[in-house]
Design a protein around this ligand. Sequence first.
Ligand code: NCD
Length: 305
Amino acid sequence: MSVHVISIDQYFDKDLLAKLYKRANDFSKLPLADYPKPLQHLTLATVFFEPSTRTRLSFETAIQNLSGQLITVENAGDFSSAKKGESLEDTILTINAYADGIVMRHPQIGAAKQAAKVSRVPIINAGDGGGEHPTQALLDLYSIQQCRGKIDGLSIGLVGDLLNGRTIHSLVQLLAQYHVTIYLIAPDSLQLPAKYLKLLKSNGATIHQVDNWDKALGKVDVLYMTRVQKERFKFVEDYLAIKDSFILTPKQVAKMKKEAIILHPLPRVNEIDPAVDQDPRAKYFEQVKNGLYVRMALLEYLFKH
Ligand code: NCD
């Protein structure tokens, strides 16, 4: 049976998270020369129809660190046969002939699910438009756990494009498993879709929806910043009008708790002033590194389970 990773709500319960995070932590401590070789003779394909730096390179590093092999189409929209009009299904069936697993990013919501319908090998959703980005949520939660030692009891501020941000959509579904207070900090037009709000509420999370963060900054233990997703806007004027709603500068960081942490899935555009990088609370580049270990743990789990 193929174990696809399409949505974070599939089977990532607390037990599995604990298992993956323990393994990720093990990997983070091992020198590269001592890594096991669990994925020898296994080939992973990375097929990205949208730009990526971290997600693609971390999966590619992860498979190679575990002694697997890699084939890749970096700019699949232009350089795969999709450009000639091939259907997604045919592209996926073709890659099935070469690879034991496919990491795919695509601009359309639901594309990963569509691919999984025909694929005999696992599809890992590396972002489907404004839908989900489950593996990012895995590393985001891991980063919170690593920095704060727990999830229960934390106050978490989610900032920026909560409407279109697929990392947000996956992360809130993981957070819904815990006792958390969530500040949804966004302009009204970019607030969290109703279905995720409903899920958080029905799981007992305390929710504050705000479009001004002055009061929230001093209350959160985790500030999760996001980029306004320009590519999801129909009219560039609408994007321009809203893109600078929340910009984190040292002045804002000064209002935050001493032990709070700042995360961002990256890339940042201008929503975090680079001057903030010097602050010990800025953890977004550690978060990048965590992505490698969590994806190693995930690949090992999916292919050796
Ligand atoms: C995010 C994505 O692609 O959804 N990036 C990532 O994978 N780390 C966030 C974004 O593009 O804003």
